[in-house]
Design a protein around this ligand. Structure first.
Ligand SMILES: Nc1ncnc2c1ncn2[C@@H]1O[C@H](COP(=O)(O)OP(=O)(O)OP(=O)(O)O)[C@@H](O)[C@H]1O
Length: 303
């Protein structure tokens, strides 16, 4: 059923530093679109602290119905993490470097179209997950991709080009880490370049590592890229992206990418491999208890 946009009151939160796209025009686009749909909308900046109590207060006092996040996955994570207990709908205008969650949900890349969708789309529940007590909605990683996320955060520029540069630089120095994964009481030992735990089917920019991941299946997709000759690693990854065949979590699999689904997993990270959550660098953890939060938030998506 189509939503009546005139019944909505929206708060657009704009991250001034995410991605590379200038965002000066967003406020005008929001204003024009709100007028067209006879809705009410305001535009506020995001905050680096991740404390959105000022938004919570306005929702509670002024009955806003929707919070639309104009930023990348890190911003989406911060806002949803802080406001997910409220009975509101979230939307995304992809303005980050990767935008993994937005693209997985089919939200358009074009800002005008994404803003329109915020007024006219349908909110559906999506899963999120917890890494110990830390909220995640898109993907978390240990090892190589987390090292890239840490280095990316140190760069003056953002965007896909900076991300690609950091990926290539790290590829040549990439090392493996020892992990123990506990899945359904089974303990699996592995030396791996990285482990991805995915709710969304991509890192962003349509780069799909867990092609069977779904935002509403109540499962996490685990991809383990084990120790292998670096000359064949890119081909093994391409094969994973192309076919994405699920394997068993419990079989001993040396030298091939392991891909399985589970609602919870414990990862013991004795080498303290770097960690990222939704693309944001995090302090490494020795033990990660990761579990799905089914139907956690309502995200506005194409009808
Ligand atoms: N007003 C602000 N000033 C400075 N930093 C901010 C502000 N609001 C949010 N941030 C921070 O900006 C960082 C980057 O945001 P985000 O992750 O959305 O962009 P990105 O990294 O370019 O995109 P992606 O995550 O899609 O790759 C986050 O760490 C967030 O906490």
């Amino acid at each position: 059923m189509r939503v009546d946009p005139s019944q909505k009151k929206l708060i657009f939160l704009v991250n001034p530093i995410s991605g590379t796209r200038p965002k000066a025009d967003l406020a005008d686009l929001v204003k024009q679109t709100a007028e067209r749909f006879k809705s009410q909308a305001i535009v506020l900046p995001t905050v680096a602290s991740g404390d959105y109590s000022f938004v919570r207060q306005r929702i509670e006092e002024e009955a806003y119905t929707d919070v639309i996040i104009c930023g990348g996955d890190g911003t989406v994570n911060n806002v949803m993490s802080d406001l997910r207990d409220l009975d509101i709908h979230f939307g995304i205008v992809p303005c980050g470097s990767g935008n993994g969650l937005a693209y997985c949900a089919g939200i358009p890349k074009n800002p005008q179209k994404a803003i329109e969708l915020a007024f006219t789309g349908k909110a559906r529940y999506i899963d999120a997950f917890l890494v110990n007590e830390q909220f995640a909605c898109m993907l978390c990683g240990l090892g190589f991709d987390a090292k890239v996320a840490h280095d990316f955060a140190q760069q003056p520029g953002r965007g896909l080009l900076t991300y690609t540069q950091q990926t290539i630089k790290n590829y040549f120095t990439a090392t493996t880490y020892h992990f123990e994964m506990v899945v359904e009481e089974h303990v699996i030992q592995t030396d791996a370049f990285f482990i991805s735990v995915a709710n969304s089917n991509q890192f962003g920019n349509q780069f799909t590592i867990a092609p069977k991941a779904s935002l509403n299946d109540g499962l996490l997709d685990i991809v383990v890229v084990p120790k292998m000759n670096k000359a064949i690693l890119p081909f093994a990854l391409m094969q994973q992206v192309r076919t994405g065949q699920l394997t068993s979590a419990l079989e001993e699999q040396t030298g091939t990418i392991q891909y399985f689904q589970t609602a919870k997993i414990q990862i013991r990270n004795k080498d303290l491999a770097p960690l990222h959550i939704d693309g944001e660098p995090k302090e490494s953890l020795e033990t990660l208890n990761i579990r799905i939060l089914p139907r956690c938030v309502q995200l506005i998506q194409p009808i």
